[in-house]
Design a protein around this ligand. Structure first.
Ligand SMILES: Cc1cc2nc3c(=O)[nH]c(=O)nc-3n(C[C@H](O)[C@H](O)[C@H](O)COP(=O)(O)O)c2cc1C
Length: 423
């Protein structure tokens, strides 16, 4: 077992299995910015944003998810990296993030069925199972089941994007196999109804993830980092659970994987933004805050690579608690922080000097719009940072959500035009 407890303190470096050194245990977790420039490329706004994070003190910076396929995007302002994209904008992006010594990793993703009909009218998925979100279901594209050729193509697309990321100066890639996107759709029995070698047993459902890790490894250098973001569970009846997650990590142990990040949920069950039902009053503050920590500790017990937990971390005390052993169970090797770094990009530097917590605006709506509004408010901060402005804590959520939808419509038109011209 990888020694997760050894000197597991916030500002001590971490050496990954491939020898790459991460200066400290804090990662800026992936946040889809939806801020791509023309041509679905990183531009001035993204560079401005990543310069701030690069100077903020996190040891690792994960980009928001970058699309491996031009015709399947999580949002119309998403960055696409395939063989037809120019390299220079990606070089600039990598340099913006790692200028102060942080390791800059690109998260790479295929959304599968989680695409909006207004953006991508066609979608592929392991099986033709559409997203089920009540009255919002019709916003999503009905997927078709992937053929063997589709599966081969997607494996190749992940490998190509990873290779290009390395050429552009990134230090690693994180393969997104969580949050209900394509690879997580393969892992979950609810969305993977296949009866061939890509479905059925857990080993079959995990095959595509393993094949992608292998294909990526074959195309990058040994010291380039390869990580996987995995759900601890999808929090749906009959879905992927923590025992499945542990089994997938056992399979990943046999591959050259440098880091596994633990999260949870999907669009249908957005647990990644907090799970109030889990927050029993008797749980300690740290456990209430870092809501996947108990799951992550279970994964640490079987993992041979370092484990990172993401979700709910706002204070230094919680981050340190996650790294420390508890009840004879080792802590995690790294903590991932998303939203708090959208409101305080220099939080790691502040933590070096003192305990400091960020209070995020909380949205208490009951509907599934709450998760969308949380994302919209956070993305507003990212766009402000991209323009050199400070975050705002006073934005009115319904207004931000509506403006976000209007912006998405405009971006949809630009994206579809770009895709059509590309041919
Ligand atoms: C605006 C926004 C965009 C996100 N985009 C991504 C993404 O591209 N990839 C990903 O793995 N997670 C994404 N997430 C989830 C975060 O990485 C993280 O798992 C989640 O926000 C919980 O961590 P936190 O409490 O520190 O924010 C996103 C979250 C937010 C708020």
């Amino acid at each position: 077992m990888f020694d997760q407890t050894h000197e597991a303190r916030l500002f001590q470096p971490l050496t990954l299995p491939n020898g790459q050194i991460i200066p400290n245990r804090i990662a800026k977790a992936a946040m889809e910015e939806n801020m791509a420039d023309r041509g679905q490329l990183p531009g001035a706004a993204l560079l401005g944003l990543y310069r701030q994070w690069g100077a903020g003190g996190a040891g690792m910076i994960l980009t928001g998810n970058v699309m491996v396929a031009a015709d399947a995007v999580t949002g119309p302002g998403g960055v696409v990296l395939d063989a037809r994209q120019p390299q220079d904008p990606f070089r600039d992006w990598a340099a913006a993030g790692n200028a102060h010594g942080a390791r800059m990793w690109m998260q790479i993703n295929h959304p599968g069925r989680q695409v909006f009909a207004g953006t991508n009218p066609e979608a592929i998925a392991p099986s033709a199972v559409p997203v089920e979100m009540g009255r919002f279901s019709k916003l999503f594209t009905q997927p078709r089941a992937m053929t063997e050729d589709d599966i081969d193509r997607v494996i190749g697309q992940f490998a190509t994007t990873a290779e290009l990321a390395e050429k552009a100066g990134f230090d690693g890639v994180e393969i997104h196999a969580a949050h209900g996107y394509l690879l997580s759709q393969f892992l979950s029995p609810l969305t993977n109804r296949r009866t061939d070698q890509w479905g059925g047993t857990l080993e079959n459902r995990a095959r595509i993830v393993i094949e992608i890790v292998r294909a990526v490894r074959a195309r990058v250098s040994q010291d380039f980092g390869v990580g996987v973001k995995l759900n601890s569970a999808d929090f749906q009846k009959g879905g992927f659970d923590v025992a499945d997650a542990a089994a997938v990590v056992r399979l990943l142990n046999r591959q050259a994987v440098d880091l596994v990040e633990i999260s949870g949920g999907s669009y249908e069950s957005p647990a990644m933004h907090g799970r109030p039902q889990q927050q029993a009053k008797r749980a300690s503050t740290a456990r209430r805050e870092a809501y996947f920590l108990d799951f992550a500790r279970e994964i640490v017990a079987v993992a041979e690579m370092p484990i990172m937990v993401t979700g709910g971390i706002r204070s230094r005390a919680t981050a340190e608690h996650a790294l420390a052993p508890e009840d004879c169970r080792p802590g995690v090797a790294m903590v991932g922080i998303a939203q708090a770094l959208a409101y305080a990009p220099d939080l790691p530097n502040r933590w070096k000097l003192a305990e400091d917590a960020v209070q995020l605006p909380s949205i208490r709506w009951k509907s599934s719009l709450a998760s969308l509004a949380t994302m919209a408010l956070t993305k507003l901060q990212l766009r402000r940072m991209g323009r050199g402005k400070p975050p705002t804590f006073r934005a009115w959520a319904p207004g931000v959500l509506v403006r976000d939808q209007l912006r998405t419509r405009r971006l949809n038109r630009n994206y579809r035009r770009w895709l059509a011209h590309r041919g």
